[in-house]
Design a protein around this ligand. Structure first.
Ligand SMILES: [Zn+2]
Length: 470
């Protein structure tokens, strides 16, 4: 079966367990009838960092965020900071404010997006939009900004639906629609709040209207429909404010958003989600690489101190050569990759609590063997992030219940995501075409859509098409 058109709906922040529970209770009848009963449902792993923006990238490009050089919703570029003048806007980045205008330019230019591959794509609210035609007028954009400022996420989801029906034309061959309500309201409340649950039902009602519309225009059978999510969320009870901590305990003048324009900083903290942070150190100069022993010299005892706090789950740091060290209270391990193989060596106890694993695994094997653990796909997800030169010298990951940002977060975040934990990285996925459920990644959606729409799949991407598509 070849499809003429395709639609991918992204429910930002949808948790797989809530999605499955509502399905089971019959509260998502349209998704069940028009998508799952015609195709399949599966859990899927998202990516690190499991944050809006970077976690959209695998769906749009088939590549992980590290592969396309976008390692977080905020990042710091040491080489640019050390070499470019203070007014250069590309030395650090936050996609949470006006700098969102740079997002498409920050992506590696040689990795195509679905908007660039399809002829007549439609984009509703996806910021990873290179190749999409700008369809919003000024008045509409002002309206959207106002609703976002007022945290009117339900209105934004209704607006996304209205815009879709207005702009989905007979020749549209790919549409990407973002529903932000689940994520937005979760940050204001918690992931199981009734207002959040209503966001899942609102998505289901949209699928009902979509099916009716497609049937009316005789496009129901040759339009592929998928639903995905970029991350889960967990409730946050305590903030561990990492940037002020570095400054107060270690005397390191630290820049972080929005306290970013300070003279002569020696460290930078860039938080994503807010459960992970990239930490960058000036090691003599900003251009100089910074390995584990350098971190210890610049901030003596920092790693041991961080691991003594209940707030901190994992520390990830570059070792000399191309090795990466992973630490938790449970244990430590060394990770590296070569020729598509993952090398994993546990020192005493496993930092993730994994059972015995082979020392060398393929990407697929590593996903399968960690699928049912608390850290599905963590090994490849750490490795891919270090492909980016914008990744921190030290990555700090918080435990569920905690996050890493307080002073500059307004309003207060009552839910978090961004980490490698199952609750953040495992997401629901369904497609109106049959496929084999099981260990799949969000980067696999890109080549799967292209295959089903009879398009050429670009070389050198991280995803592989789902199995069982015929
Ligand atoms: Zn969020």
């Amino acid at each position: 079966m070849t499809y003429r058109s395709s639609i991918l709906l992204l429910a930002d922040g949808a948790r797989y367990d809530i999605f499955e529970d509502l399905l089971e209770k019959g509260e998502l009848p349209n998704i069940r009838e028009h998508i799952i009963d015609r195709g399949a449902y599966s859990r899927m792993t998202s990516t690190f960092t499991s944050t809006t923006g970077p976690a959209y990238v695998p769906f749009m490009t088939g590549c992980f965020p590290g592969t396309v050089n976008m390692p977080g919703i905020r990042w710091f570029d040491k080489a640019a900071f050390g070499s470019k003048p203070f007014w250069n806007p590309h030395r650090f980045r936050s996609y949470c404010g006006w700098e969102i205008i740079f997002l498409n330019g920050d992506l590696r230019p040689d990795k195509l997006t679905l908007f660039e591959i399809f002829q007549n794509p439609l984009n509703i609210f996806n910021q990873v939009s290179r190749g999409a035609r700008l369809q919003s007028g000024w008045i509409e954009r002002i309206n959207i900004a106002r609703e976002k400022r007022r945290k009117n996420y339900e209105h934004l989801d209704d607006l996304a639906a209205r815009l879709f029906f207005r702009r989905f034309k007979p020749d549209t061959d790919f549409a990407f629609v973002v529903f932000q309500g689940i994520d937005g309201v979760s940050h204001l409340t918690h992931p199981h709040h009734e207002r959040v649950i209503e966001g899942y039902r609102r998505l289901d009602r949209f699928v009902g209207s979509l099916a009716a519309d497609l049937k009316k225009s005789h496009r129901y059978d040759d339009t592929l429909i998928g639903i995905c999510s970029d991350h889960g969320l967990t409730a946050t009870h305590t903030h561990f404010d990492l940037a002020p901590y570095l400054e107060e305990k270690y005397g390191l003048k630290t820049i972080s958003y929005t306290n970013i324009f300070r003279s002569k900083p020696v460290a930078s903290v860039q938080v994503s989600g807010n459960a992970m942070a990239h930490v960058y150190f000036k090691n003599r100069s900003w251009m100089h690489p910074c390995f584990e022993e350098d971190v210890e010299r610049l901030a003596p005892g920092l790693q041991a101190a961080l691991l003594s706090y209940d707030a901190i789950d994992l520390l990830i740091v570059r070792r000399s050569g191309s090795e990466i060290g992973v630490y938790s209270r449970r244990g430590s391990a060394i990770l590296s990759e070569s020729d598509g193989g993952i090398h994993y060596k546990v020192e005493k106890n496993d930092p993730f609590g994994f059972g015995p694993l082979p020392q060398t695994m393929t990407h697929s094997e590593s996903l399968e063997r960690t699928w049912d653990t608390n850290y599905p796909d963590a090994l490849l997800q750490i490795l891919q992030l270090f492909r980016s030169g914008r990744t921190g010298d030290l990555i700090v990951v918080s435990n569920n219940g905690f996050d890493l940002r307080e002073k500059w977060e307004n309003p207060e975040h009552k839910s978090s995501h961004g980490s490698l934990h199952r609750d953040h990285i495992m997401v629901p996925f369904c497609l109106s075409h049959p496929f084999t459920a099981g260990p799949i990644r969000s980067a696999d959606v890109f080549p799967t859509y292209l295959k089903l729409l009879a398009k050429t799949i670009p070389n050198l991407i991280d995803g592989i098409p789902f199995s069982g598509l015929d």
